[in-house]
Write a protein that binds this ligand. Structure first.
Ligand code: TXA
Ligand code: MG
Length: 541
Protein backbone atom coordinates (compact mmCIF):
# COMPACT_ATOMS: atom_id res chain seq x y z
CA UNK A 1 0.00 0.00 0.00
CA UNK A 2 1.24 3.49 -0.81
CA UNK A 3 0.63 5.93 2.05
CA UNK A 4 -0.29 9.43 0.89
CA UNK A 5 1.08 12.40 2.82
CA UNK A 6 -1.46 15.19 3.22
CA UNK A 7 -1.14 18.85 4.22
CA UNK A 8 -3.67 20.54 6.49
CA UNK A 9 -5.60 22.40 3.78
CA UNK A 10 -9.40 22.08 3.85
CA UNK A 11 -9.21 20.06 0.64
CA UNK A 12 -6.71 17.57 2.02
CA UNK A 13 -8.72 17.17 5.20
CA UNK A 14 -11.89 16.50 3.17
CA UNK A 15 -9.97 13.89 1.20
CA UNK A 16 -8.82 12.24 4.42
CA UNK A 17 -12.39 12.19 5.73
CA UNK A 18 -13.52 10.41 2.57
CA UNK A 19 -10.95 7.70 3.18
CA UNK A 20 -12.43 7.14 6.67
CA UNK A 21 -16.01 7.00 5.31
CA UNK A 22 -14.92 4.32 2.84
CA UNK A 23 -13.40 2.18 5.61
CA UNK A 24 -9.75 3.24 5.21
CA UNK A 25 -7.17 4.41 7.78
CA UNK A 26 -5.78 7.93 8.25
CA UNK A 27 -3.22 9.13 10.80
CA UNK A 28 -4.07 12.61 12.07
CA UNK A 29 -2.57 15.12 14.53
CA UNK A 30 -4.13 15.85 17.92
CA UNK A 31 -2.90 18.09 20.73
CA UNK A 32 -1.61 14.99 22.58
CA UNK A 33 -0.09 12.57 20.03
CA UNK A 34 -0.93 11.46 16.49
CA UNK A 35 -3.91 9.11 16.20
CA UNK A 36 -4.41 6.26 13.75
CA UNK A 37 -8.05 6.72 12.72
CA UNK A 38 -10.74 4.52 11.24
CA UNK A 39 -14.55 4.65 11.38
CA UNK A 40 -15.74 3.79 14.90
CA UNK A 41 -18.95 2.26 13.49
CA UNK A 42 -17.13 -0.15 11.22
CA UNK A 43 -15.78 -3.43 12.64
CA UNK A 44 -13.63 -3.89 9.52
CA UNK A 45 -11.85 -0.56 10.12
CA UNK A 46 -11.11 -1.58 13.69
CA UNK A 47 -9.57 -4.85 12.51
CA UNK A 48 -7.38 -2.94 10.06
CA UNK A 49 -6.18 -0.65 12.89
CA UNK A 50 -5.14 -3.60 15.05
CA UNK A 51 -3.33 -5.16 12.07
CA UNK A 52 -1.49 -1.93 11.14
CA UNK A 53 -0.29 -1.40 14.73
CA UNK A 54 0.37 -5.04 15.48
CA UNK A 55 -1.78 -4.48 18.55
CA UNK A 56 -3.50 -7.22 20.59
CA UNK A 57 -7.21 -7.01 19.75
CA UNK A 58 -8.28 -7.10 23.41
CA UNK A 59 -6.81 -3.62 23.87
CA UNK A 60 -9.69 -1.21 23.19
CA UNK A 61 -9.56 1.93 21.03
CA UNK A 62 -10.59 5.48 21.97
CA UNK A 63 -13.34 7.03 19.84
CA UNK A 64 -13.01 10.69 18.86
CA UNK A 65 -15.90 13.10 18.27
CA UNK A 66 -15.91 16.86 17.59
CA UNK A 67 -18.46 17.89 20.27
CA UNK A 68 -19.39 16.60 23.74
CA UNK A 69 -23.02 15.95 22.65
CA UNK A 70 -21.83 13.71 19.82
CA UNK A 71 -21.04 11.10 22.48
CA UNK A 72 -24.80 10.51 22.88
CA UNK A 73 -24.85 8.35 19.78
CA UNK A 74 -22.16 6.01 21.17
CA UNK A 75 -22.21 6.07 24.97
CA UNK A 76 -24.55 6.24 27.94
CA UNK A 77 -23.57 9.69 29.18
CA UNK A 78 -24.21 11.14 32.63
CA UNK A 79 -24.24 14.36 34.56
CA UNK A 80 -20.65 13.57 35.56
CA UNK A 81 -19.66 13.29 31.89
CA UNK A 82 -21.06 16.74 31.10
CA UNK A 83 -19.48 18.31 34.18
CA UNK A 84 -16.08 17.09 33.09
CA UNK A 85 -16.70 17.86 29.42
CA UNK A 86 -17.73 21.44 30.32
CA UNK A 87 -14.53 21.88 32.28
CA UNK A 88 -11.97 20.16 30.03
CA UNK A 89 -13.33 19.48 26.54
CA UNK A 90 -12.32 19.91 23.86
CA UNK A 91 -8.99 18.83 25.32
CA UNK A 92 -6.74 16.01 26.47
CA UNK A 93 -9.30 14.06 28.51
CA UNK A 94 -10.82 10.65 27.64
CA UNK A 95 -13.87 9.40 29.52
CA UNK A 96 -15.01 5.79 29.80
CA UNK A 97 -18.74 5.09 29.89
CA UNK A 98 -21.13 2.22 29.07
CA UNK A 99 -21.28 1.76 25.29
CA UNK A 100 -24.25 1.71 22.96
CA UNK A 101 -24.83 -0.76 20.07
CA UNK A 102 -23.51 1.73 17.50
CA UNK A 103 -19.97 0.81 18.63
CA UNK A 104 -18.95 -2.69 17.54
CA UNK A 105 -17.18 -4.91 20.08
CA UNK A 106 -14.17 -4.95 17.74
CA UNK A 107 -13.60 -1.29 18.71
CA UNK A 108 -13.92 -1.83 22.47
CA UNK A 109 -11.86 -5.00 22.61
CA UNK A 110 -14.98 -6.90 23.68
CA UNK A 111 -15.78 -4.54 26.59
CA UNK A 112 -19.23 -3.12 27.32
CA UNK A 113 -17.69 0.31 27.87
CA UNK A 114 -16.32 2.82 25.40
CA UNK A 115 -13.66 5.53 25.73
CA UNK A 116 -14.68 8.93 24.32
CA UNK A 117 -12.42 11.88 23.60
CA UNK A 118 -13.04 15.34 22.14
CA UNK A 119 -9.67 16.63 20.91
CA UNK A 120 -8.93 20.36 20.74
CA UNK A 121 -6.43 20.37 17.85
CA UNK A 122 -8.02 22.46 15.06
CA UNK A 123 -7.00 19.97 12.35
CA UNK A 124 -8.43 17.05 14.34
CA UNK A 125 -11.66 18.96 14.89
CA UNK A 126 -12.13 19.85 11.24
CA UNK A 127 -11.27 16.29 10.22
CA UNK A 128 -13.81 14.82 12.69
CA UNK A 129 -16.51 17.26 11.51
CA UNK A 130 -15.93 16.17 7.92
CA UNK A 131 -15.96 12.46 8.79
CA UNK A 132 -19.48 12.77 10.21
CA UNK A 133 -18.86 9.60 12.20
CA UNK A 134 -16.83 8.97 15.35
CA UNK A 135 -13.23 8.05 14.58
CA UNK A 136 -11.65 5.19 16.52
CA UNK A 137 -7.99 6.00 16.97
CA UNK A 138 -5.18 4.60 19.06
CA UNK A 139 -1.83 6.34 19.00
CA UNK A 140 -0.31 5.96 15.50
CA UNK A 141 2.75 3.95 16.54
CA UNK A 142 3.65 0.30 16.20
CA UNK A 143 2.37 -1.37 19.36
CA UNK A 144 4.92 -1.12 22.19
CA UNK A 145 6.98 1.79 20.85
CA UNK A 146 6.73 5.44 21.99
CA UNK A 147 3.68 7.30 20.69
CA UNK A 148 4.32 9.60 17.71
CA UNK A 149 4.43 13.35 18.30
CA UNK A 150 5.24 14.32 14.70
CA UNK A 151 4.22 13.14 11.22
CA UNK A 152 7.81 11.95 10.76
CA UNK A 153 7.42 9.55 13.70
CA UNK A 154 4.16 8.27 12.20
CA UNK A 155 5.73 7.76 8.79
CA UNK A 156 8.59 5.78 10.35
CA UNK A 157 6.14 3.32 11.93
CA UNK A 158 3.22 3.36 9.48
CA UNK A 159 4.42 4.11 5.94
CA UNK A 160 3.03 1.43 3.65
CA UNK A 161 0.56 0.18 6.28
CA UNK A 162 -2.15 2.88 6.15
CA UNK A 163 -3.87 5.01 3.52
CA UNK A 164 -2.81 8.50 4.55
CA UNK A 165 -1.04 10.72 7.08
CA UNK A 166 -2.10 14.33 7.73
CA UNK A 167 1.00 16.33 8.66
CA UNK A 168 0.01 18.84 11.34
CA UNK A 169 3.50 19.45 12.75
CA UNK A 170 4.59 18.75 16.31
CA UNK A 171 2.04 17.86 18.98
CA UNK A 172 1.74 20.51 21.64
CA UNK A 173 1.26 18.27 24.70
CA UNK A 174 3.29 15.26 23.64
CA UNK A 175 1.78 12.61 25.96
CA UNK A 176 -1.54 10.82 25.45
CA UNK A 177 -4.75 12.06 27.06
CA UNK A 178 -5.73 11.53 30.68
CA UNK A 179 -8.12 8.55 30.78
CA UNK A 180 -10.77 8.49 33.48
CA UNK A 181 -13.35 5.86 34.22
CA UNK A 182 -16.62 7.49 35.27
CA UNK A 183 -17.69 5.46 38.28
CA UNK A 184 -20.52 6.44 40.61
CA UNK A 185 -19.71 10.06 41.31
CA UNK A 186 -15.98 9.78 40.76
CA UNK A 187 -13.34 10.07 38.06
CA UNK A 188 -10.91 7.16 38.41
CA UNK A 189 -7.63 7.95 36.63
CA UNK A 190 -6.58 4.95 34.53
CA UNK A 191 -3.86 6.80 32.63
CA UNK A 192 -2.45 10.18 33.75
CA UNK A 193 -2.10 13.03 31.26
CA UNK A 194 -2.19 16.80 30.91
CA UNK A 195 -5.54 17.07 32.69
CA UNK A 196 -4.09 16.58 36.16
CA UNK A 197 -5.41 15.40 39.51
CA UNK A 198 -5.41 19.01 40.71
CA UNK A 199 -7.54 20.08 37.73
CA UNK A 200 -9.97 17.16 37.96
CA UNK A 201 -10.43 17.41 41.69
CA UNK A 202 -11.53 21.03 41.35
CA UNK A 203 -14.60 19.58 39.58
CA UNK A 204 -15.23 16.02 40.85
CA UNK A 205 -13.86 13.54 43.41
CA UNK A 206 -10.84 11.73 42.00
CA UNK A 207 -9.05 8.46 42.63
CA UNK A 208 -6.76 6.28 40.56
CA UNK A 209 -6.06 2.80 39.32
CA UNK A 210 -3.28 1.30 41.47
CA UNK A 211 -1.08 0.50 38.49
CA UNK A 212 0.05 3.98 37.44
CA UNK A 213 3.61 3.74 38.76
CA UNK A 214 3.81 0.22 40.11
CA UNK A 215 4.40 -3.03 38.30
CA UNK A 216 1.09 -4.90 38.26
CA UNK A 217 1.39 -8.20 40.13
CA UNK A 218 0.69 -11.44 38.27
CA UNK A 219 -2.92 -11.57 39.43
CA UNK A 220 -3.67 -7.87 38.98
CA UNK A 221 -5.62 -6.60 35.97
CA UNK A 222 -5.31 -2.84 35.31
CA UNK A 223 -8.67 -1.34 34.37
CA UNK A 224 -7.26 0.06 31.12
CA UNK A 225 -6.21 -3.12 29.30
CA UNK A 226 -3.46 -1.20 27.46
CA UNK A 227 -1.60 -0.56 30.71
CA UNK A 228 -0.65 -4.21 31.06
CA UNK A 229 1.37 -4.33 27.86
CA UNK A 230 5.00 -3.32 27.43
CA UNK A 231 4.80 0.26 26.29
CA UNK A 232 6.62 3.33 25.08
CA UNK A 233 9.85 1.37 24.94
CA UNK A 234 12.87 2.72 23.05
CA UNK A 235 14.98 0.22 21.11
CA UNK A 236 17.69 -0.08 23.77
CA UNK A 237 16.93 -0.79 27.42
CA UNK A 238 16.07 2.18 29.62
CA UNK A 239 17.03 2.37 33.32
CA UNK A 240 15.72 5.05 35.65
CA UNK A 241 17.93 6.42 38.41
CA UNK A 242 16.23 7.09 41.72
CA UNK A 243 18.03 9.20 44.28
CA UNK A 244 19.39 12.70 44.89
CA UNK A 245 19.71 14.49 41.55
CA UNK A 246 23.40 15.24 42.11
CA UNK A 247 24.11 11.54 42.69
CA UNK A 248 22.16 10.58 39.54
CA UNK A 249 24.22 13.01 37.48
CA UNK A 250 27.48 11.67 38.98
CA UNK A 251 26.36 8.13 38.17
CA UNK A 252 25.65 9.11 34.56
CA UNK A 253 29.01 10.82 34.23
CA UNK A 254 30.77 7.69 35.44
CA UNK A 255 28.75 5.56 33.00
CA UNK A 256 29.68 7.89 30.13
CA UNK A 257 33.32 7.73 31.12
CA UNK A 258 33.38 3.95 30.92
CA UNK A 259 31.26 3.86 27.72
CA UNK A 260 30.82 7.17 25.85
CA UNK A 261 28.07 5.66 23.67
CA UNK A 262 25.73 5.28 26.69
CA UNK A 263 22.43 7.11 26.24
CA UNK A 264 21.54 9.69 28.89
CA UNK A 265 18.35 11.65 29.58
CA UNK A 266 18.87 14.51 32.03
CA UNK A 267 17.65 18.07 32.54
CA UNK A 268 18.50 21.31 30.74
CA UNK A 269 19.95 22.64 33.97
CA UNK A 270 22.53 19.81 33.89
CA UNK A 271 23.90 21.01 30.56
CA UNK A 272 27.03 22.49 32.08
CA UNK A 273 27.76 19.41 34.14
CA UNK A 274 27.13 16.55 31.75
CA UNK A 275 27.84 16.34 28.03
CA UNK A 276 28.16 13.66 25.39
CA UNK A 277 27.03 12.69 21.92
CA UNK A 278 24.13 10.63 23.25
CA UNK A 279 23.06 12.98 26.02
CA UNK A 280 19.52 14.36 25.61
CA UNK A 281 18.26 17.24 27.76
CA UNK A 282 14.63 17.52 28.81
CA UNK A 283 13.35 20.92 29.95
CA UNK A 284 13.31 21.48 33.71
CA UNK A 285 9.59 22.16 33.77
CA UNK A 286 7.05 19.33 33.52
CA UNK A 287 5.03 20.40 30.47
CA UNK A 288 8.24 20.72 28.46
CA UNK A 289 9.25 17.27 29.66
CA UNK A 290 5.88 15.90 28.50
CA UNK A 291 6.29 17.52 25.09
CA UNK A 292 9.81 16.24 24.56
CA UNK A 293 9.78 12.79 26.17
CA UNK A 294 8.64 10.52 23.32
CA UNK A 295 10.76 12.35 20.80
CA UNK A 296 13.75 11.92 23.14
CA UNK A 297 13.08 8.20 23.53
CA UNK A 298 12.73 7.77 19.75
CA UNK A 299 15.91 9.76 19.13
CA UNK A 300 17.97 6.89 20.58
CA UNK A 301 16.70 4.46 17.94
CA UNK A 302 19.34 5.36 15.38
CA UNK A 303 22.24 5.98 17.75
CA UNK A 304 23.08 2.39 18.61
CA UNK A 305 23.24 3.10 22.34
CA UNK A 306 23.87 0.00 24.46
CA UNK A 307 21.49 1.32 27.11
CA UNK A 308 19.85 4.54 28.28
CA UNK A 309 19.96 6.10 31.75
CA UNK A 310 17.38 8.67 32.80
CA UNK A 311 16.60 10.86 35.77
CA UNK A 312 13.07 10.63 37.24
CA UNK A 313 11.15 13.92 37.51
CA UNK A 314 8.83 14.73 40.38
CA UNK A 315 5.36 13.23 39.96
CA UNK A 316 2.78 15.89 40.79
CA UNK A 317 0.71 17.68 38.14
CA UNK A 318 1.59 16.63 34.61
CA UNK A 319 4.74 15.10 36.16
CA UNK A 320 2.65 12.03 37.02
CA UNK A 321 2.09 11.40 33.30
CA UNK A 322 5.80 11.87 32.56
CA UNK A 323 6.77 9.46 35.35
CA UNK A 324 4.12 6.93 34.29
CA UNK A 325 5.45 6.80 30.71
CA UNK A 326 9.07 6.67 31.88
CA UNK A 327 8.41 3.86 34.34
CA UNK A 328 6.58 1.80 31.68
CA UNK A 329 9.21 2.57 29.02
CA UNK A 330 11.83 1.29 31.46
CA UNK A 331 9.84 -1.87 32.15
CA UNK A 332 9.99 -0.86 35.86
CA UNK A 333 13.81 -1.00 35.88
CA UNK A 334 14.64 1.56 38.60
CA UNK A 335 18.12 1.72 40.14
CA UNK A 336 18.84 3.46 43.45
CA UNK A 337 21.85 5.81 43.29
CA UNK A 338 23.69 7.69 46.03
CA UNK A 339 21.64 6.10 48.79
CA UNK A 340 21.14 2.36 48.75
CA UNK A 341 18.99 1.74 51.82
CA UNK A 342 15.23 2.00 51.20
CA UNK A 343 13.79 5.48 51.85
CA UNK A 344 10.15 5.65 52.95
CA UNK A 345 8.62 9.10 52.44
CA UNK A 346 5.74 10.01 54.76
CA UNK A 347 3.35 12.81 53.97
CA UNK A 348 -0.28 13.83 54.42
CA UNK A 349 -2.55 16.54 55.82
CA UNK A 350 -1.96 17.98 59.28
CA UNK A 351 -3.60 16.04 62.04
CA UNK A 352 -3.50 12.83 60.02
CA UNK A 353 -0.86 11.49 62.39
CA UNK A 354 2.41 11.33 60.47
CA UNK A 355 4.46 11.57 63.65
CA UNK A 356 2.65 8.65 65.23
CA UNK A 357 3.15 6.61 62.08
CA UNK A 358 6.85 7.46 61.99
CA UNK A 359 7.17 6.22 65.57
CA UNK A 360 5.69 2.92 64.48
CA UNK A 361 8.24 2.77 61.63
CA UNK A 362 11.00 3.53 64.13
CA UNK A 363 9.77 0.60 66.21
CA UNK A 364 10.53 -1.62 63.23
CA UNK A 365 14.09 -0.28 63.01
CA UNK A 366 13.66 2.71 60.67
CA UNK A 367 15.81 5.82 61.15
CA UNK A 368 13.37 8.74 61.13
CA UNK A 369 14.06 12.23 59.74
CA UNK A 370 11.44 14.80 60.73
CA UNK A 371 11.70 17.66 58.22
CA UNK A 372 9.85 20.10 60.45
CA UNK A 373 12.31 19.45 63.26
CA UNK A 374 15.28 19.73 60.91
CA UNK A 375 13.97 23.04 59.56
CA UNK A 376 13.82 24.52 63.05
CA UNK A 377 17.23 23.14 63.96
CA UNK A 378 18.71 24.97 60.97
CA UNK A 379 17.33 28.34 62.06
CA UNK A 380 19.60 29.77 64.76
CA UNK A 381 21.05 33.30 64.82
CA UNK A 382 23.51 33.75 61.99
CA UNK A 383 23.06 30.22 60.56
CA UNK A 384 23.41 29.86 56.77
CA UNK A 385 19.67 29.19 56.43
CA UNK A 386 18.71 32.13 58.66
CA UNK A 387 20.95 34.39 56.57
CA UNK A 388 19.52 33.13 53.28
CA UNK A 389 15.93 33.56 54.43
CA UNK A 390 16.56 37.04 55.87
CA UNK A 391 18.34 38.10 52.68
CA UNK A 392 15.20 37.24 50.69
CA UNK A 393 12.74 38.42 53.37
CA UNK A 394 14.42 41.29 55.27
CA UNK A 395 11.13 42.13 57.01
CA UNK A 396 11.28 38.80 58.89
CA UNK A 397 14.56 39.56 60.70
CA UNK A 398 14.36 39.14 64.45
CA UNK A 399 17.88 39.28 65.95
CA UNK A 400 19.44 37.24 63.16
CA UNK A 401 16.65 34.62 62.96
CA UNK A 402 13.60 34.88 60.70
CA UNK A 403 10.46 35.30 62.75
CA UNK A 404 7.86 32.65 61.88
CA UNK A 405 4.84 34.93 62.13
CA UNK A 406 6.45 37.67 60.05
CA UNK A 407 7.48 35.12 57.45
CA UNK A 408 3.95 33.70 57.25
CA UNK A 409 2.62 37.22 56.79
CA UNK A 410 5.14 37.90 54.02
CA UNK A 411 4.15 34.88 51.95
CA UNK A 412 0.47 34.76 52.85
CA UNK A 413 -1.58 34.96 49.64
CA UNK A 414 1.54 35.66 47.56
CA UNK A 415 2.33 32.52 45.58
CA UNK A 416 5.52 33.84 44.07
CA UNK A 417 7.04 34.74 47.43
CA UNK A 418 5.87 31.47 48.97
CA UNK A 419 7.64 29.56 46.22
CA UNK A 420 10.79 31.59 46.79
CA UNK A 421 10.71 30.81 50.52
CA UNK A 422 10.07 27.13 49.79
CA UNK A 423 12.91 26.86 47.33
CA UNK A 424 15.30 28.25 49.95
CA UNK A 425 14.09 26.16 52.87
CA UNK A 426 13.31 22.88 51.06
CA UNK A 427 16.78 22.74 49.53
CA UNK A 428 18.49 23.30 52.88
CA UNK A 429 16.31 20.80 54.75
CA UNK A 430 16.67 18.11 52.09
CA UNK A 431 20.44 18.48 51.94
CA UNK A 432 20.46 17.85 55.67
CA UNK A 433 18.17 14.83 55.22
CA UNK A 434 20.35 13.39 52.45
CA UNK A 435 23.52 13.81 54.48
CA UNK A 436 21.77 12.26 57.48
CA UNK A 437 20.61 9.23 55.50
CA UNK A 438 24.11 8.70 54.13
CA UNK A 439 25.50 8.80 57.68
CA UNK A 440 22.79 6.41 58.89
CA UNK A 441 23.55 4.09 55.99
CA UNK A 442 27.25 4.02 56.94
CA UNK A 443 26.28 3.30 60.52
CA UNK A 444 24.33 0.26 59.35
CA UNK A 445 20.74 1.55 59.38
CA UNK A 446 18.34 -0.74 57.56
CA UNK A 447 15.99 1.90 56.18
CA UNK A 448 15.15 5.59 56.47
CA UNK A 449 11.81 7.30 57.02
CA UNK A 450 11.42 10.93 55.93
CA UNK A 451 8.46 12.70 57.51
CA UNK A 452 7.69 15.70 55.28
CA UNK A 453 4.35 17.46 54.97
CA UNK A 454 5.78 19.29 51.92
CA UNK A 455 7.28 16.17 50.38
CA UNK A 456 5.77 16.66 46.92
CA UNK A 457 6.23 20.44 46.87
CA UNK A 458 9.92 19.86 47.60
CA UNK A 459 10.13 17.39 44.72
CA UNK A 460 11.46 14.74 47.09
CA UNK A 461 9.13 11.95 45.87
CA UNK A 462 11.60 10.80 43.21
CA UNK A 463 14.17 10.07 45.92
CA UNK A 464 11.84 7.76 47.85
CA UNK A 465 11.51 4.01 47.44
CA UNK A 466 7.84 4.61 48.25
CA UNK A 467 5.77 7.62 49.24
CA UNK A 468 3.23 6.84 51.94
CA UNK A 469 0.25 9.13 52.53
CA UNK A 470 -1.23 9.15 56.01
CA UNK A 471 -4.97 9.82 55.91
CA UNK A 472 -7.66 10.32 58.52
CA UNK A 473 -11.24 11.64 58.38
CA UNK A 474 -11.68 15.41 58.55
CA UNK A 475 -13.29 15.44 62.02
CA UNK A 476 -10.49 13.31 63.44
CA UNK A 477 -7.81 15.62 62.03
CA UNK A 478 -9.62 18.70 63.27
CA UNK A 479 -9.90 17.24 66.78
CA UNK A 480 -6.22 16.32 66.83
CA UNK A 481 -5.06 19.77 65.74
CA UNK A 482 -7.23 21.51 68.34
CA UNK A 483 -5.90 19.23 71.08
CA UNK A 484 -2.28 19.36 69.94
CA UNK A 485 -1.88 23.07 69.22
CA UNK A 486 -4.47 24.40 71.64
CA UNK A 487 -6.16 26.52 68.97
CA UNK A 488 -9.81 27.27 68.28
CA UNK A 489 -11.91 25.03 66.03
CA UNK A 490 -12.16 27.93 63.61
CA UNK A 491 -8.41 28.37 63.28
CA UNK A 492 -7.86 24.65 62.98
CA UNK A 493 -10.45 24.49 60.20
CA UNK A 494 -8.91 27.37 58.28
CA UNK A 495 -5.52 25.68 58.54
CA UNK A 496 -6.94 22.51 57.00
CA UNK A 497 -8.70 24.46 54.28
CA UNK A 498 -5.40 25.67 52.84
CA UNK A 499 -4.06 22.16 52.35
CA UNK A 500 -4.37 19.66 49.55
CA UNK A 501 -7.53 17.59 49.74
CA UNK A 502 -7.34 13.91 50.54
CA UNK A 503 -7.77 12.82 46.90
CA UNK A 504 -4.45 14.51 46.15
CA UNK A 505 -2.63 12.14 48.49
CA UNK A 506 -4.66 9.13 47.38
CA UNK A 507 -3.65 9.79 43.77
CA UNK A 508 0.00 10.74 44.19
CA UNK A 509 1.15 8.45 47.03
CA UNK A 510 2.24 4.88 46.38
CA UNK A 511 0.42 3.64 49.47
CA UNK A 512 -2.02 5.03 51.99
CA UNK A 513 -2.04 4.39 55.73
CA UNK A 514 -5.50 4.88 57.18
CA UNK A 515 -5.12 6.48 60.59
CA UNK A 516 -8.69 7.22 61.61
CA UNK A 517 -8.75 4.85 64.58
CA UNK A 518 -8.73 5.73 68.26
CA UNK A 519 -5.59 7.61 69.26
CA UNK A 520 -3.31 5.45 71.34
CA UNK A 521 -4.47 2.19 69.76
CA UNK A 522 -1.55 1.32 67.54
CA UNK A 523 -2.52 -2.19 66.48
CA UNK A 524 -4.20 -1.19 63.21
CA UNK A 525 -1.31 1.13 62.35
CA UNK A 526 1.27 -1.51 63.18
CA UNK A 527 -0.34 -3.98 60.80
CA UNK A 528 -0.31 -1.42 57.97
CA UNK A 529 3.28 -0.36 58.62
CA UNK A 530 4.39 -4.00 58.75
CA UNK A 531 2.84 -4.64 55.33
CA UNK A 532 4.62 -1.61 53.84
CA UNK A 533 7.96 -2.63 55.30
CA UNK A 534 7.52 -6.17 53.95
CA UNK A 535 6.79 -4.75 50.51
CA UNK A 536 9.44 -2.01 50.22
CA UNK A 537 12.16 -2.90 52.72
CA UNK A 538 11.89 -6.57 52.09
CA UNK A 539 12.47 -8.06 55.49
CA UNK A 540 11.69 -7.50 59.14
CA UNK A 541 14.13 -7.24 62.00
O1 TXA B 1 -4.30 11.12 23.53
C1 TXA B 1 -4.81 10.05 23.24
O2 TXA B 1 -5.62 9.49 24.01
C2 TXA B 1 -4.40 9.38 21.92
C3 TXA B 1 -4.92 10.29 20.80
C4 TXA B 1 -4.73 9.70 19.46
O3 TXA B 1 -6.27 10.60 21.03
N1 TXA B 1 -4.92 8.06 21.82
C5 TXA B 1 -4.41 7.02 22.52
O4 TXA B 1 -4.96 5.78 22.26
O5 TXA B 1 -3.52 7.13 23.31
P1 TXA B 1 -4.30 4.40 22.68
O6 TXA B 1 -5.10 3.37 22.00
O7 TXA B 1 -2.86 4.40 22.40
O8 TXA B 1 -4.56 4.25 24.17
C6 TXA B 1 -5.87 3.96 24.61
C7 TXA B 1 -5.86 3.43 26.02
C8 TXA B 1 -5.42 1.98 26.10
O9 TXA B 1 -4.58 1.81 27.23
C9 TXA B 1 -6.73 1.25 26.28
O10 TXA B 1 -6.55 0.05 26.98
C10 TXA B 1 -7.58 2.24 27.05
O11 TXA B 1 -7.21 3.46 26.47
N2 TXA B 1 -9.01 2.08 26.82
C11 TXA B 1 -9.71 2.29 25.70
N3 TXA B 1 -11.00 1.95 25.86
C12 TXA B 1 -11.14 1.52 27.12
C13 TXA B 1 -12.23 1.02 27.91
N4 TXA B 1 -13.44 0.90 27.40
N5 TXA B 1 -11.98 0.66 29.19
C14 TXA B 1 -10.73 0.78 29.71
N6 TXA B 1 -9.67 1.25 29.02
C15 TXA B 1 -9.86 1.61 27.74
MG1 MG C 1 -0.89 3.95 22.45
Amino acid sequence: MKTIHLKTTARSIARAANIIKKGGLVAFPTETVYGLGGSAENAGSAKKIYAAKGRPSDNPLIIHVPHAEDAERYAVTSDLYYRLADAFCPGPLTMIMPKKDTVPYEVTGGLDTVAVRIPSHPVARLFLEKCGVAVAAPSANVSGSPSPTSARHVAKDMDGRIDAIIDGGECEIGLESTIVLLKDDRAVILRPGAVTEEMLSAVVPVSRDPSLLEKPSADFRPQAPGMKYRHYAPSSPLTLLRGPHGDAVEYMKAALKSDPSTGVICLSSDRNIIRGKNVVYLPDEPSGQARGLFSALRSFDDRGTPGILSVIPSRTGVGLAVCNRLVKAAGYDIRPVGITIPVIGLTGQSGAGKSTVSKVFAGFGGTVFDCDEIYHSLLYPGSPLSKAVIAAFPESDSDGVPDRKKLSAAVFSDRGRLELLNSITHGAVLDEVRAGIKRAEKAGASFAVVDASQLFEAGYDNECTAVIGVCAPYETRLGRIIARDGISAERAASRLENQHNEDYFRVYCDEIIENGGKDGDLSALTAQVRRIIEKYVGWLK
